[in-house]
Design a protein. Structure first.
Length: 388
C-alpha cells in the first residue's frame, strides 16, 4: 500500500518560502533540479507515453492537457515546457518512448527512481511492465490508463483506469449511420483502428452497433468496412499506412470513416481531404485541435472532421493529480468511466437538428440502461440480431 506524505503543510511552507524569496528580490526563477533540491520537497508526478508524443491530437494529447491544466491550477510546472511553467508547487516530468514502446519498463523505472510520488503510464501495453516496476518501488503510486492489472484492491499501489469507449463510439456510429442514409442506399461507412487489440475492437463494436441501430441497411455483413493499421503498437504511429487503408475504404463507397488510431489517424484525415469526403475523430476534439494549431495544413484537415468521439483521459489524469495533492493515499484498484459520468461522449459542432435530437435520446437511453452497448464481436452479433 502506498503511503504519501501529507502535502498540506509542505505546500504552505513552500508558499511561505516563495513569498520570502520574492520580497527579497530572488532573481531569475530556479531551474527544475534546483527546485527539487530546495529545503522543501515538492510533490512530483511522472507520465510516460507508450507510442507517439504529446502532439498526436488524440489520446496522448488528452493526457497531456490534463497535466497542463493541473500545473496551471496548482501553480506547478512541466519540465521542458515553458508554456506550462506556473510556479514551484508541483514538479511534473513527461517521457516519450524513442524505441517504439520497447523501452516501456525502462522509462517507468527512471521516473520511479527519481522518487516521483505518482507515475502514470498511458496505454494498455504497460500492463506487464507496470506490475514489475511497482514491486520494486512500493512508495510510488502507479496509474495505468486504458489497461488492467489483475488482482488489485484498494490497498494496491496501482490504479487502473478504463473507459467505456463503446458507448461514445455508439453515438458517433449513429451519426455515421445518418450520414450514410442521406447519401443513399448503397453507401457504406468505414473504420480504421490502430492496433488490432480488444481495446480497438470496443471502438469498432460500439460504432457498428450505433450505425446499425439508426440505419437498417448497415446491418448486413459488409456494409461497415474496417481495417487495422497493425497487429502491434506501431499501428498508432503510422499515418502513411492509415491513409492508404482509408483510401481503400473510401473507394469502397464509405460515406464517412471513424478512426481510432492515435497519431496514425492523421492519415485518415489526409485521405478524406484528398478525396473530398468526411471523417470522425477519436479521443479528443480533433477538429478543434487541428483548427487551432496555427498550421494551414492542419486547418484543412479540420474541415473534414464532422465529429469526434471523446474520451476524457484529461479529466482522469487531472483528478488523480488532485488526489495526490490532497495528502491522502490514492486508492488502488479499478476505475471505470463511461457516458453516465462524462468519461466518454462526442463533440460535433454544426450537428443537424435531427441528429441533435436523435443523439440526445440515444445518450439518455444508454445512461438509463435501456440500451446495452456491445463491447466485443459476440455481443455485437447478438445486439444486431435483436434489432427490429
Amino acid at each position: 500500500m502506498m503511503h504519501i506524505r501529507p502535502m498540506a503543510a509542505a505546500l504552505a511552507c513552500a508558499a511561505l518560502c516563495l513569498a520570502s524569496l520574492s520580497s527579497c528580490g530572488a532573481g531569475a526563477p530556479k531551474e527544475p533540479e534546483e527546485r527539487r533540491a530546495g529545503p522543501v520537497r515538492i510533490p512530483s508526478i511522472g507520465l510516460v507515453f507508450n507510442v507517439g508524443d504529446r502532439y498526436d491530437s488524440s489520446f496522448n494529447r488528452s493526457a497531456y492537457d490534463g497535466l497542463s491544466l493541473l500545473a496551471r491550477d496548482v501553480g506547478g510546472f512541466i519540465r521542458d515546457d515553458p508554456d506550462a511553467d506556473y510556479g514551484y508547487m508541483l514538479d511534473i516530468r513527461v517521457l516519450e518512448s524513442k524505441l517504439g514502446g520497447a523501452d516501456r519498463e525502462q522509462l517507468l523505472r527512471s521516473l520511479a527512481e527519481e522518487g516521483r510520488d505518482l507515475v502514470i503510464a498511458v496505454g494498455f501495453l504497460f500492463a506487464d511492465s507496470i506490475g514489475s516496476v511497482s514491486r520494486d518501488f512500493p512508495s510510488t503510486h502507479f496509474v495505468l490508463i486504458d489497461g488492467a492489472v489483475p488482482d488489485l484492491d484498494s490497498s494496491s499501489s496501482i490504479t487502473c483506469v478504463e473507459f467505456a469507449e463503446q458507448e461514445g463510439s455508439f453515438l458517433v456510429g449513429a451519426y455515421a449511420g445518418m450520414i450514410a442514409r442521406a447519401v443513399g442506399p448503397d453507401a457504406r461507412i468505414g473504420f480504421v483502428g490502430g492496433m488490432d487489440a480488444p481495446l480497438s475492437r470496443r471502438y469498432l463494436s460500439g460504432y457498428i452497433a450505433g450505425a446499425a441501430y439508426v440505419n437498417p441497411t448497415l446491418r448486413a455483413t459488409g456494409r461497415v468496412v474496417f481495417a487495422f493499421v497493425s497487429r502491434d503498437a506501431s499501428g498508432y504511429a503510422d499515418p502513411k499506412r492509415a491513409g492508404e487503408l482509408a483510401s481503400v475504404l473510401y473507394q469502397a463507397k464509405s460515406a464517412v470513416i471513424f478512426q481510432a488510431a492515435g497519431a496514425s489517424g492523421r492519415g485518415v484525415f489526409e485521405a478524406a481531404t484528398r478525396l473530398g469526403t468526411k471523417a470522425i475523430g477519436s479521443d479528443s476534439d480533433q477538429a478543434a485541435i487541428l483548427a487551432s494549431s496555427g498550421q494551414q495544413s492542419d486547418a484543412l484537415l479540420s474541415k473534414v472532421i464532422v465529429a469526434s468521439m471523446v474520451k476524457r483521459v484529461d479529466r482522469a489524469v487531472y483528478s488523480l493529480g488532485r488526489e495526490l495533492l490532497s495528502g491522502a493515499p490514492i486508492a488502488g484498484g479499478y476505475r471505470n468511466f463511461g457516458l453516465s459520468d462524462g468519461g466518454v461522449g462526442y463533440v460535433a459542432p454544426g450537428l443537424p437538428p435531427e441528429a441533435v435530437t436523435v443523439l440526445a435520446d440515444l445518450s439518455r437511453r444508454i445512461v438509463a440502461g435501456e440500451i446495452a452497448v456491445p463491447a466485443d464481436e459476440q455481443a455485437l452479433a447478438d445486439f444486431i440480431a435483436g434489432l427490429r
